[in-house]
Structures are given as C-alpha cells and as structure tokens.
Ligand binder design. Sequence first.
Ligand code: N01
Length: 542
Amino acid sequence: MSEKPNTGNGEAATAETDVDVLIVGAGFGGMYMLQKLRELGFTGRILERGDGVGGTWYWNRYPGARCDVESMEYSYQFSDALQQEWDWSERYSPQPEILQYANHVADRFDLRDDIRFNTLVASATFHEDRNLWVLETQSGERHSARHCVMATGCLSSANVPDVKGRDEFKGAWYHTGNWPQEEVDFTGKRVAVVGTGSSAIQAIPVIAEQADHLYVFQRTPNYAVPARNKPLTAEERDRVKATYDDLRALEKSTRNGTRFEVSDVPALAVSAEEREARYRAMWDNGGLCYMTSFGDLLLNTEANETAAEFIRERIRETVEDRDVADLLCPTSVVGCKRLCVDTDYFKTYNRPNVTLVDISKAPIGEIAPDGPIANGEVYEVDAIVFATGFDAMTGSLAKIDIRGRGGLTLREKWGEGPRTYLGIAISGFPNLFTITGPGSPSVLTNMLPSIEQHVEFIADMISYADGKGTTSIEATFEAEDEWVGHVNLLAGKTLYPTCNSWYLGVNIPGKPRVFMPYLGYPAYQAKCRDVAANDYDGFALG
Ligand code: N01
C-alpha cells in the first residue's frame, strides 16, 4: 500500500493513497489533528520521527524540564471528559507527567493505529497533476494524500553550536532539546552548561545538586521570575474543573491565551510605590503573569525599565557575590526574549560548586578533549550540556525538502524570511497546512489552546472544501502578502525587535531577521472566524 519502496522515478503513482490527510509529527498538534479529522469522517496518518508521542515533551527530557504555563491551562479542552478525568499533580507540570498525559491521550482516543513511529519525513512534494502530496521518509517509504498537515512544532529543531573540537571531546555531550531517553546521572561529575535561556534556567539548579562542579557559560544574562511551583490539591483541581468552561472562555479572550490579561494601565501612570506593589504582587504570585503587570511594558522603553529593574533588584538581593550578581543582571528589555520561569535559579550561584563563566566578550571558540576553552582557559569537565535553544518556528520545516507548485521549494520561498497566510497556509503550496506556523500567535500564547484553534480551523476548511467538491485549497499570494505586512507592522510598533531573540531568528547564524509570531491572540481568532465565515476569504479553492 502506501509504503512501497521508492522506485526512484519520483512519480506520485508509485505511492498509493489510502488516507485523506498525512500529518507530520505526533505532538499535541498532530494528535489532535488526527482525532479531529476522524470526528469529521476523514482518514489520517501521522508520520513521527520519535518512537513515542508527545513532540517537544518527548525530546525535552533534560533535568528540571517542566511547563511554564499552569497545568490546568496547559491541557486539551476539546474533550470535556478528558479534562475532567485527568489529574495534574503540580501547579506547573514536570515533563514526565506531560509525556504521560500525551500517552494517555493517544491511548484514550486509539490514535496509535494511525501513527507510524520512527518515521522521519525527508521530503514532501506536491504533484500538481493529481493534487497530491507525496511524502518520502528517510528510509525510502512513500506516503501520499490529498492534504498534508505539518504539525512539526515551533521549538523542535535543536540548535547545537558547531564548535571546533566538539566531536573530539572525551566526555559526553547533550542538547537539552534532544535529551537521551535513559536517565543521565551527573553525580560526582564536572559539568559544563552552555547557555542561560529557559531550558538552562530550569536545568542548572537540578544539575548543580548532582554535579561535583558545575560551570555555567553565559553569553547573555536572562530575566527570570520565580515559578512558585507547588503540589495541586484535590480541592484546587476540583474548583477549576467545576468551572472549566469559564476558564477556557477567559483564555480565549486574553492576549497570551492564559487567565492573566495584560493590564490596561501604563506603568508610568501610577506612582513608584504603586508600581512596586504591582510588581511585588506578580512576583509573589509567580510565573509569566509578571509581564501583564502594566499595559505598555513592551511598548515603552522607560516603562519596561521599571519592570526590568525590579527583577535586577531581586537578583542582587539573592546572589551573594556582588560580581556574580552583576554578571547575572540583564540590561536588555525584559520580555523581549521570552521571560524565563525558575525555581531557585539565582540562588544556585551561591553554591560553592557552581561557577559562572562570562563568555560575553569572546565565545567558546573551541572545545578541547578535556573541555570547553573560554577566555584562554580550558575548563576540564566530564560532560557538556548545550542548552542553546532551537531553530524556532521554521527549523523543522526547513529540514524537510518541501516542494510546491512548479517545484518551488519552501526553502527558496522563505529565503528572506517566512511568508504565510495566518501562519496556516502558504501560497504556492496547495493543500499544505502548518499548525502554529510563523505568522500565528502560537509561541506568544498558551500553546495548547492555540494548537486546538489551528486544528479546528484546518479541519473545518478541509471539510468545507471537500463539501464543495474541490480538489485544492491554497492561500492567495495577495492574502499572504497582506498578512505578512500586517504581522510585521504590529511587531514594529513594539519593543520586540530590539533584542536578539529566537522570535526574530537571530540566534541561528544566517537566518533572516524577521519577527515570526503574530501579536494579538483575540484579534487573530476573530480574523480566522471572519475568514471562515466569508467562504475562506484569502484562499483559492480549485
Ligand atoms: O533556548 P534559548 P532555550 N555559545 O534560545 C545561548 C521554550 N521553553 O532552549 O542569549 C554560547 O532561549 C543563548 O545565548 P544568547 C521557551 O519558549 C519552554 O532555553 O543568544 N551560548 C541563550 O542563553 C524558550 O524561550 C519551557 O546570547 C549560546 C541560550 O543559549 C524556548 O523554549 C522550557 C550559543 C539559548 O536560550 C527556548 O529556550 C524551556 C553559543 N554558540 C524552554 N548559542 C517551558 O517551560 C546559544 N547560546 C514550556
């Protein structure tokens, strides 16, 4: 059937079609896509490179990995039975529990029959003569279907620095986003962590407890606020479950897709005491809500500085060594890079077995067999942990050789930055859809509701097109162009473009500097509703 070996002639005819939709990736996006399509009477198949479900939560098994959105909100809402039966144990779920949840979903909805694991998609080619997508895997299997949904995730392509000598290093090295399945024990080891982003900030306190000595190589310090994680009581869970509908409706109405709405009040409109009290309340509450303290924190540099300085004061208060504290204090705009959420991160630098190595002036240019070389010194270690982030939003798509109409490759099309309509569809690539693609709010929101909104939009659109008897749906060039302009216009009004964040792609050498997410979750949902209500305005049905 669909797994005929590649005969090498490149014809669609050699890959038989037995499902309506192929889905790449069995994370939360891919799993719900399959379930939703089934509900609407379509057949689907997921191709997944890992040997289990969970996507980002399958790969990010590093010590301390947990979600920075609260568990009761970072979960599916498409099935009330599911959200009522599942019990989260902590305010912020640890990675193993999220993976357990993903497995529960796969079993509960019998999804595994339609998932091919250990199946890495190498190419996806649109055959115009038959309006078919043909996907070829790394091992040469071919699958084809009318529609293809890329549920490849926003933070799933690990950025491993190509440092000279890395592969000659005598010890073991790891990347947080591609962590081994078996437990890694750092007890008695000397460990280097490279990077101080969200992943490092979660991993460092846990590794420091195990390691004999930990060296943290910091290029740029980051802002972090305390998570204030705690166990969830049965009463707390029941209270949320009793009013889940209200919570889900509230999430849809806020800019970040969580229950925390951004305040309307400008930071400088209130007295210094009031401002301080507001930051203090958010700090004490814990988590990402800190950035909702005032309405203009990402619009006005002066306002932002008040929020930034509050965090710097907390860092100086916590870290005993004045020089180390200074090195840990960021100077950039807070929230410009995603705010980190920590448990005991800054306190960890008071431990005698932790050394902060400042590499802001000179990068790690080489790794010797004994360890990284920085500032002319070899740091002898047994293991290196690269917590160096991801080729975000476009990286996983770029790894697949995607070819649309006339053989146009996605890599060519996106050579100067990603271009999509709504972050969902790409002109020149009919019947291909991206879940939470660039140009959608996704990474600036609570990902689970954003994923569900995309899945439902895509499934409804496929259903609509099918009902009309059409064979292709494609974003028009004009709609895409207008959307790209709109995304850029909104970003340009904010402070987001002022730092070197992965939102802009600048963490990846050579990647064009373009702000990729869409700012405005409620406005985005309204736009999608309008598009659907107007016969999928901006899409050409063929
Ligand atoms: O990656 P990052 P991350 N030499 O890109 C440094 C999500 N997430 O994996 O700032 C030395 O943020 C880099 O330095 P600089 C969350 O959305 C969520 O930590 O570029 N250093 C930076 O310090 C997050 O934003 C959770 O100068 C190098 C770090 O590595 C996103 O994932 C948990 C370097 C990379 O930080 C990415 O976070 C964890 C080099 N060559 C992550 N290259 C949740 O809780 C890079 N760096 C849901």
